[in-house]
Design a protein around this ligand. Sequence first.
Ligand code: AMP
Ligand code: ZN
Ligand code: FE
Ligand code: FE
Length: 281
Amino acid sequence: MRIDLHTHSNVSDGTQPPAELISAAHDAGLDVIALTDHDSTDGWAEAAEAARRLGVVLVPGMEVSCRTPEGVTVHLLSYLHDPASLGLLEEITKSKDARLSRAERMVERLAEDYPLNWDDVTQHVAPGATVGRPHIADALVAAGVVADRNEAFASILTSHSRYFLTHYAPEPAFAVELIRAAGGVPVFAHPVARSRGRVADRRTFYDMIDAGLAGVEVDHRDNSADGRAWLRQLAAERDLLITGSSDYHGTGKPNLLGENVTSAEALARIEDLGTGTAAVR
Ligand code: AMP
Ligand code: ZN
Ligand code: FE
Ligand code: FE
Protein backbone atom coordinates (compact mmCIF):
# COMPACT_ATOMS: atom_id res chain seq x y z
CA MET A 1 0.00 0.00 0.00
CA ARG A 2 1.34 3.42 -0.98
CA ILE A 3 -0.15 6.12 1.21
CA ASP A 4 0.53 9.88 0.84
CA LEU A 5 -1.25 11.98 3.48
CA HIS A 6 -0.37 15.58 2.61
CA THR A 7 -1.22 17.21 -0.73
CA HIS A 8 -2.62 20.52 -2.01
CA SER A 9 -5.00 21.35 -4.85
CA ASN A 10 -5.91 24.74 -6.31
CA VAL A 11 -8.50 25.05 -3.55
CA SER A 12 -5.44 26.49 -1.79
CA ASP A 13 -1.97 26.90 -3.30
CA GLY A 14 -1.58 23.73 -5.36
CA THR A 15 -1.80 24.10 -9.12
CA GLN A 16 -4.35 21.38 -10.02
CA PRO A 17 -8.09 21.13 -9.37
CA PRO A 18 -8.93 18.37 -6.84
CA ALA A 19 -10.08 15.84 -9.47
CA GLU A 20 -6.86 16.31 -11.44
CA LEU A 21 -4.85 15.83 -8.25
CA ILE A 22 -6.58 12.50 -7.56
CA SER A 23 -5.95 11.47 -11.15
CA ALA A 24 -2.26 12.34 -10.75
CA ALA A 25 -2.18 10.27 -7.55
CA HIS A 26 -3.71 7.34 -9.42
CA ASP A 27 -1.09 7.70 -12.19
CA ALA A 28 1.67 7.86 -9.56
CA GLY A 29 0.54 4.45 -8.25
CA LEU A 30 -0.80 5.70 -4.92
CA ASP A 31 -3.48 3.65 -3.17
CA VAL A 32 -4.42 6.27 -0.60
CA ILE A 33 -4.18 10.06 -0.74
CA ALA A 34 -5.19 12.77 1.70
CA LEU A 35 -6.26 16.16 0.34
CA THR A 36 -5.02 18.75 2.83
CA ASP A 37 -5.60 22.22 1.44
CA HIS A 38 -4.70 25.18 3.63
CA ASP A 39 -7.59 26.27 5.86
CA SER A 40 -10.24 24.84 3.51
CA THR A 41 -12.28 21.70 2.90
CA ASP A 42 -13.87 23.06 -0.28
CA GLY A 43 -12.12 20.45 -2.44
CA TRP A 44 -13.45 17.40 -0.61
CA ALA A 45 -16.55 16.75 -2.74
CA GLU A 46 -14.76 16.97 -6.09
CA ALA A 47 -11.87 14.85 -4.79
CA ALA A 48 -14.27 12.23 -3.39
CA GLU A 49 -16.06 11.88 -6.71
CA ALA A 50 -12.76 11.39 -8.56
CA ALA A 51 -11.46 8.99 -5.90
CA ARG A 52 -14.52 6.73 -6.20
CA ARG A 53 -14.30 6.81 -9.99
CA LEU A 54 -10.58 5.93 -10.06
CA GLY A 55 -10.49 3.49 -7.16
CA VAL A 56 -8.16 5.62 -5.03
CA VAL A 57 -8.90 5.87 -1.29
CA LEU A 58 -9.35 9.50 -0.20
CA VAL A 59 -8.67 10.67 3.34
CA PRO A 60 -10.38 14.07 3.60
CA GLY A 61 -8.10 16.50 5.40
CA MET A 62 -6.93 20.06 5.82
CA GLU A 63 -3.75 21.93 6.84
CA VAL A 64 -4.42 24.54 9.50
CA SER A 65 -1.97 27.44 9.82
CA CYS A 66 -1.21 28.30 13.45
CA ARG A 67 1.15 30.70 15.23
CA THR A 68 2.61 30.52 18.73
CA PRO A 69 2.57 33.63 20.96
CA GLU A 70 6.32 33.87 20.21
CA GLY A 71 5.54 34.16 16.51
CA VAL A 72 6.60 30.68 15.36
CA THR A 73 4.52 29.27 12.50
CA VAL A 74 3.06 25.80 13.09
CA HIS A 75 1.16 23.83 10.45
CA LEU A 76 -1.32 21.29 11.72
CA LEU A 77 -2.83 18.57 9.55
CA SER A 78 -6.37 17.53 10.38
CA TYR A 79 -7.79 14.27 9.09
CA LEU A 80 -11.39 13.06 9.03
CA HIS A 81 -12.90 15.96 10.97
CA ASP A 82 -16.49 17.12 10.54
CA PRO A 83 -16.23 20.10 8.17
CA ALA A 84 -19.37 21.63 9.67
CA SER A 85 -18.05 21.64 13.24
CA LEU A 86 -18.51 25.27 14.30
CA GLY A 87 -15.44 25.95 16.44
CA LEU A 88 -12.98 24.78 13.81
CA LEU A 89 -14.98 26.29 10.95
CA GLU A 90 -15.00 29.70 12.65
CA GLU A 91 -11.22 29.63 13.12
CA ILE A 92 -10.38 28.66 9.55
CA THR A 93 -12.86 31.22 8.21
CA LYS A 94 -11.11 33.88 10.29
CA SER A 95 -7.72 32.75 8.98
CA LYS A 96 -8.90 32.61 5.39
CA ASP A 97 -10.32 36.14 5.56
CA ALA A 98 -7.16 37.41 7.25
CA ARG A 99 -5.02 35.75 4.56
CA LEU A 100 -6.90 37.70 1.89
CA SER A 101 -6.40 41.14 3.45
CA ARG A 102 -2.81 40.27 4.32
CA ALA A 103 -2.09 39.33 0.69
CA GLU A 104 -3.69 42.57 -0.51
CA ARG A 105 -1.54 44.57 1.90
CA MET A 106 1.60 42.70 0.83
CA VAL A 107 0.80 43.47 -2.81
CA GLU A 108 0.35 47.15 -1.94
CA ARG A 109 3.86 47.15 -0.52
CA LEU A 110 5.26 45.18 -3.47
CA ALA A 111 3.58 47.50 -5.99
CA GLU A 112 5.84 50.32 -4.80
CA ASP A 113 8.85 48.47 -6.20
CA TYR A 114 7.56 45.94 -8.74
CA PRO A 115 5.16 45.96 -11.73
CA LEU A 116 2.40 44.19 -9.84
CA ASN A 117 -1.19 44.85 -8.79
CA TRP A 118 -3.92 42.89 -7.03
CA ASP A 119 -5.59 41.86 -10.33
CA ASP A 120 -2.34 40.19 -11.40
CA VAL A 121 -2.46 38.06 -8.27
CA THR A 122 -6.14 37.09 -8.44
CA GLN A 123 -5.56 35.64 -11.92
CA HIS A 124 -3.62 32.87 -10.20
CA VAL A 125 -6.21 32.20 -7.48
CA ALA A 126 -9.07 29.80 -8.25
CA PRO A 127 -12.49 31.20 -7.24
CA GLY A 128 -12.91 30.95 -3.46
CA ALA A 129 -9.45 29.47 -2.90
CA THR A 130 -7.34 30.14 0.20
CA VAL A 131 -4.90 32.89 -0.81
CA GLY A 132 -1.24 32.64 0.11
CA ARG A 133 2.21 33.86 -0.78
CA PRO A 134 2.47 31.23 -3.57
CA HIS A 135 -0.18 33.14 -5.54
CA ILE A 136 1.78 36.37 -5.16
CA ALA A 137 4.84 34.41 -6.32
CA ASP A 138 2.91 33.31 -9.43
CA ALA A 139 2.17 36.94 -10.29
CA LEU A 140 5.85 37.84 -9.80
CA VAL A 141 6.79 34.99 -12.15
CA ALA A 142 4.27 36.22 -14.75
CA ALA A 143 5.72 39.75 -14.44
CA GLY A 144 9.19 38.36 -15.14
CA VAL A 145 10.52 39.41 -11.74
CA VAL A 146 11.51 35.87 -10.66
CA ALA A 147 11.82 32.53 -12.48
CA ASP A 148 9.62 30.44 -10.21
CA ARG A 149 7.87 30.23 -6.84
CA ASN A 150 11.01 28.97 -5.19
CA GLU A 151 13.04 32.00 -6.27
CA ALA A 152 10.27 34.27 -5.00
CA PHE A 153 10.31 32.54 -1.59
CA ALA A 154 14.10 32.70 -1.46
CA SER A 155 14.10 36.47 -1.96
CA ILE A 156 11.13 38.83 -2.14
CA LEU A 157 8.63 36.73 -0.18
CA THR A 158 10.74 35.33 2.69
CA SER A 159 9.51 36.04 6.20
CA HIS A 160 12.52 38.37 6.61
CA SER A 161 11.51 40.44 3.59
CA ARG A 162 10.32 44.03 4.00
CA TYR A 163 7.20 43.06 2.05
CA PHE A 164 6.26 40.21 4.39
CA LEU A 165 3.27 40.44 6.72
CA THR A 166 1.71 37.87 9.04
CA HIS A 167 -2.00 37.07 9.26
CA TYR A 168 -4.32 35.91 12.02
CA ALA A 169 -3.79 32.26 12.95
CA PRO A 170 -4.92 30.28 16.02
CA GLU A 171 -2.50 29.04 18.68
CA PRO A 172 -1.40 25.44 18.00
CA ALA A 173 -2.82 23.78 21.16
CA PHE A 174 -6.15 25.55 20.64
CA ALA A 175 -6.30 24.30 17.04
CA VAL A 176 -5.54 20.75 18.28
CA GLU A 177 -8.52 21.02 20.67
CA LEU A 178 -10.81 22.29 17.91
CA ILE A 179 -9.79 19.49 15.55
CA ARG A 180 -10.43 16.90 18.28
CA ALA A 181 -13.80 18.50 19.09
CA ALA A 182 -14.66 18.14 15.38
CA GLY A 183 -13.85 14.41 15.51
CA GLY A 184 -10.61 14.99 13.59
CA VAL A 185 -7.10 13.60 13.96
CA PRO A 186 -4.46 16.32 14.48
CA VAL A 187 -0.98 15.62 13.11
CA PHE A 188 1.85 18.15 13.37
CA ALA A 189 3.03 18.90 9.78
CA HIS A 190 6.80 19.13 9.03
CA PRO A 191 7.53 19.97 12.69
CA VAL A 192 11.31 20.32 12.26
CA ALA A 193 11.45 22.14 8.91
CA ARG A 194 14.38 24.29 9.99
CA SER A 195 15.01 25.55 6.45
CA ARG A 196 11.69 27.40 6.61
CA GLY A 197 12.54 29.39 9.71
CA ARG A 198 12.12 29.03 13.46
CA VAL A 199 10.52 25.77 14.56
CA ALA A 200 8.37 25.01 17.60
CA ASP A 201 10.13 24.59 20.96
CA ARG A 202 9.59 21.63 23.31
CA ARG A 203 7.00 23.51 25.29
CA THR A 204 4.85 23.98 22.17
CA PHE A 205 5.10 20.24 21.40
CA TYR A 206 4.12 19.30 24.97
CA ASP A 207 1.20 21.76 25.01
CA MET A 208 -0.05 20.29 21.73
CA ILE A 209 0.34 16.71 23.02
CA ASP A 210 -1.55 17.60 26.21
CA ALA A 211 -4.32 19.08 24.04
CA GLY A 212 -4.68 15.81 22.10
CA LEU A 213 -2.10 15.81 19.30
CA ALA A 214 -2.30 12.39 17.63
CA GLY A 215 0.79 12.30 15.44
CA VAL A 216 3.85 13.88 13.88
CA GLU A 217 4.81 14.05 10.21
CA VAL A 218 8.34 12.65 10.36
CA ASP A 219 9.17 11.85 6.74
CA HIS A 220 8.83 15.18 4.95
CA ARG A 221 11.56 16.66 2.76
CA ASP A 222 11.80 19.85 4.84
CA ASN A 223 12.44 18.03 8.17
CA SER A 224 16.11 17.96 9.19
CA ALA A 225 17.78 14.56 9.75
CA ASP A 226 18.52 15.12 13.45
CA GLY A 227 15.03 16.56 13.85
CA ARG A 228 13.50 13.37 12.46
CA ALA A 229 15.45 11.24 14.92
CA TRP A 230 14.23 13.43 17.78
CA LEU A 231 10.63 13.18 16.50
CA ARG A 232 10.80 9.37 16.38
CA GLN A 233 11.98 9.33 19.97
CA LEU A 234 9.22 11.73 21.04
CA ALA A 235 6.62 9.64 19.18
CA ALA A 236 7.77 6.49 20.98
CA GLU A 237 7.73 8.20 24.39
CA ARG A 238 4.32 9.83 23.95
CA ASP A 239 2.62 7.17 21.78
CA LEU A 240 2.18 9.45 18.78
CA LEU A 241 1.57 8.03 15.33
CA ILE A 242 4.11 8.77 12.59
CA THR A 243 3.37 9.82 9.03
CA GLY A 244 5.40 10.47 5.90
CA SER A 245 4.11 12.60 3.03
CA SER A 246 5.00 14.57 -0.07
CA ASP A 247 3.31 17.95 0.56
CA TYR A 248 2.71 17.94 -3.20
CA HIS A 249 1.65 21.30 -4.71
CA GLY A 250 1.41 20.35 -8.43
CA THR A 251 3.92 22.37 -10.43
CA GLY A 252 4.20 24.91 -7.61
CA LYS A 253 6.93 22.94 -5.82
CA PRO A 254 9.39 20.17 -6.76
CA ASN A 255 7.76 17.77 -4.24
CA LEU A 256 6.54 14.62 -6.02
CA LEU A 257 3.49 12.54 -5.10
CA GLY A 258 4.55 9.54 -3.01
CA GLU A 259 8.10 10.79 -2.40
CA ASN A 260 7.43 9.97 1.26
CA VAL A 261 4.75 7.57 2.41
CA THR A 262 2.84 6.52 5.54
CA SER A 263 2.45 2.98 6.91
CA ALA A 264 -0.84 1.09 6.73
CA GLU A 265 -0.69 0.83 10.56
CA ALA A 266 -0.59 4.60 10.96
CA LEU A 267 -3.49 5.00 8.53
CA ALA A 268 -5.50 2.42 10.49
CA ARG A 269 -4.89 4.42 13.67
CA ILE A 270 -6.01 7.61 11.96
CA GLU A 271 -9.20 5.89 10.77
CA ASP A 272 -9.84 4.54 14.27
CA LEU A 273 -9.47 7.97 15.84
CA GLY A 274 -11.28 10.03 13.20
CA THR A 275 -15.00 10.22 13.81
CA GLY A 276 -16.05 13.39 11.98
CA THR A 277 -15.94 12.05 8.41
CA ALA A 278 -15.16 8.65 6.90
CA ALA A 279 -12.42 7.94 4.37
CA VAL A 280 -13.82 7.59 0.85
CA ARG A 281 -13.34 4.17 -0.71
P1 AMP B 1 1.64 31.61 3.41
O1 AMP B 1 0.80 30.54 4.05
O2 AMP B 1 0.84 32.54 2.56
O3 AMP B 1 2.54 32.33 4.38
O4 AMP B 1 2.61 30.86 2.38
C1 AMP B 1 3.32 29.74 2.81
C2 AMP B 1 3.08 28.58 1.86
O5 AMP B 1 3.90 28.73 0.73
C3 AMP B 1 3.46 27.26 2.48
O6 AMP B 1 2.34 26.61 2.99
C4 AMP B 1 4.03 26.47 1.35
O7 AMP B 1 3.08 25.59 0.83
C5 AMP B 1 4.39 27.49 0.29
N1 AMP B 1 5.85 27.57 0.11
C6 AMP B 1 6.78 27.77 1.07
N2 AMP B 1 8.03 27.80 0.53
C7 AMP B 1 7.87 27.61 -0.81
C8 AMP B 1 8.77 27.52 -1.91
N3 AMP B 1 10.08 27.65 -1.74
N4 AMP B 1 8.26 27.30 -3.13
C9 AMP B 1 6.94 27.17 -3.31
N5 AMP B 1 6.03 27.25 -2.31
C10 AMP B 1 6.49 27.46 -1.07
ZN1 ZN C 1 1.03 25.37 0.56
FE1 FE D 1 2.79 23.28 5.57
FE1 FE E 1 1.32 21.63 3.01
